[in-house]
Design a protein around this ligand. Structure first.
Ligand SMILES: [Zn+2]
Length: 188
């Protein structure tokens, strides 16, 4: 009889066991057990960014591009590449987004794809920018879950060795004038 793989409730210990033996069991807070295996998977994918290309070329140069509807009656601003406006269907043009924004919402990921295993657990934030009507999802680094709050001022950082990937950008808490939760804030 094959022995049952070891059971873990913490990701880092589970990950180490999978690397060591190839399999482990994760038990969640409700007691559900999931068998998790080492599953090497590799594919070379020649990928075209097509109309989104300027977005990734800009990231490599420390610039964040969004898109703005060309219909003056609409003018919706997206914080992501969009060839056409999701509100009215018109074409869009590229705009440059500010490199400072704030946390609209966030989550902490205790499991990650291979690219992010080394930094797991990591935070994913939906970033809100002044003047943009949609949000950008990006990693939020240099802070732990308990320090993050909705409305937290954050700013962009870019990979010094860009890979033309969405992982070329992430955000960190803004150092200057970051208000603490509950502190009085000026509005308007
Ligand atoms: Zn529009």
């Amino acid at each position: 009889m094959v022995p049952k793989p070891k059971t873990f409730t913490r990701f880092r210990e589970l990950q180490a066991e999978i690397v060591r033996s190839g399999a482990a069991i994760y038990r969640d807070a409700e007691g559900t057990e999931s068998l998790i295996i080492d599953y090497p998977y590799s594919i070379r994918y020649i990928h075209s960014y097509a109309e989104d290309s300027p977005f990734f070329l800009a990231l490599a140069n420390g610039e964040l591009k969004g898109s703005k509807c060309t219909d003056p009656a609409c003018g919706f601003v997206f914080a992501t590449p969009r060839s056409h406006c999701m509100v009215c269907g018109h074409t869009t043009k590229w705009i440059t987004l500010p490199l400072k924004g704030k946390v609209h919402s966030w989550t902490t990921c205790h499991f990650g794809s291979e690219a992010f295993l080394k930094e797991t657990p990591y935070n994913l934030a939906l970033v809100e920018f002044d003047g943009a009507g949609s949000l950008l999802m990006a990693r939020l680094k240099d802070c732990v879950e308990s320090e993050i709050y909705i409305g937290m001022p954050i700013e962009a950082r870019f990979d010094a060795s860009p890979k033309f990937s969405i992982a070329d950008i992430w955000f960190v808490p803004s150092k200057e004038g970051a208000p603490k939760p509950g502190a009085s804030r000026r509005t308007g």
